[in-house]
Write a protein that binds this ligand. Structure first.
Ligand SMILES: [Zn+2]
Length: 278
């Protein structure tokens, strides 16, 4: 388990496993000759993607940012993505029970970010984290009810609709402070309403930047994913993020990096983005 102290908070990375993603989809318009130096592709052109959740222990509360892919994929989706389903066993191996989680935050509602929000039990969908208050962006939930043809496959209503219905999931406009030191900020690009989670304690900041910068291989401004619905906004949002995160030395958490779940971002002498390991 990877841990880091941020002021009074303890941050830990928990993985739901890794899964294959088409390299072209992962790197958008970036030519393969360039991205394949950073991410090795197999004979089917798949690269490996991680599923990193962030656990924050504030001393008073235990917060889980993102819940991976879960175990409710359809047979067809399992064919594409597998279904590693490792998050709960990884949490439990570190002594974290589902009942220990006080707050769950989803940056957006794609299936690989909120999969363990719920589980199927005796034919019913129930919350995986029974005591938790769940949070997700309101704009994302509205969109997920009527997604475009292009990304409808990314939304599995069982991951969030039952929680919204029961009142266990709160919907966020963007900008709210969920707990002292833990707030959300909207960074449009990947979707219109994706929210990063900003964690501040003792004068230090970490940010779960989610699919705005899914891996350390995506830190260049123009290296966006083909999945991004608004690629030009991804570039603007990254600029906005770097304007704070670089000078203030934020620890950036990468959802889909299978090897480097967090790093500090810097510009080298020629202005190229580099990820400095923790
Ligand atoms: Zn996504």
């Amino acid at each position: 388990m990877l841990s880091h102290t941020l002021g009074d908070f303890e941050l830990s990375i928990f993985s739901d496993g890794t899964y294959p993603l088409d390299g072209g989809a992962f790197f958008g318009v970036v030519p393969k000759i360039m991205w394949s130096r950073k991410a090795a592709a197999d004979e089917r052109n798949y690269v490996q993607a991680g599923l990193n959740s962030l656990l924050i222990r504030t001393g008073k509360q235990t917060v889980l940012v993102e819940t991976g892919m879960g175990n409710k994929l359809s047979e067809r989706m399992v064919k594409f993505y597998g279904q590693p389903a490792e998050l709960l066993s990884n949490l439990s191996a570190a002594g974290v029970a589902s009942e220990d989680i006080d707050v769950v935050i989803n940056t957006h509602l794609h299936f690989d970010h909120c999969g363990w929000n719920t589980i199927r039990k005796d034919g019913k969908i129930v919350p995986t984290f029974p005591r938790a208050k769940y949070y997700a962006p309101e704009g994302e939930w509205q969109y997920a009810r009527k997604p475009s043809e292009r990304d409808a496959i990314s939304y599995i209503p069982d991951n969030y609709d039952p929680l919204v219905k029961s009142g266990q999931m709160m919907l966020l406009k963007g900008g709210e402070e969920i707990l002292p030191g833990i707030s959300v900020k909207t960074f449009p690009g990947h979707t219109a309403s994706m929210q990063a989670v900003i964690i501040q304690s003792g004068g230090s900041t970490a940010c779960y930047i989610s699919d705005l910068i899914p891996t350390t291989a995506h830190i260049d401004l123009t290296w966006g994913m083909a999945f991004d619905l608004y690629p030009l906004q991804t570039i603007e949002s990254k600029k906005q993020y770097y304007a704070k995160a670089i000078p203030e030395k934020w620890l950036t958490v990468f959802t889909h990096d299978p090897k480097v779940p967090w790093a500090y971002l810097e510009k080298d002498e020629v202005g190229k983005m580099v990820a400095r390991s923790v």
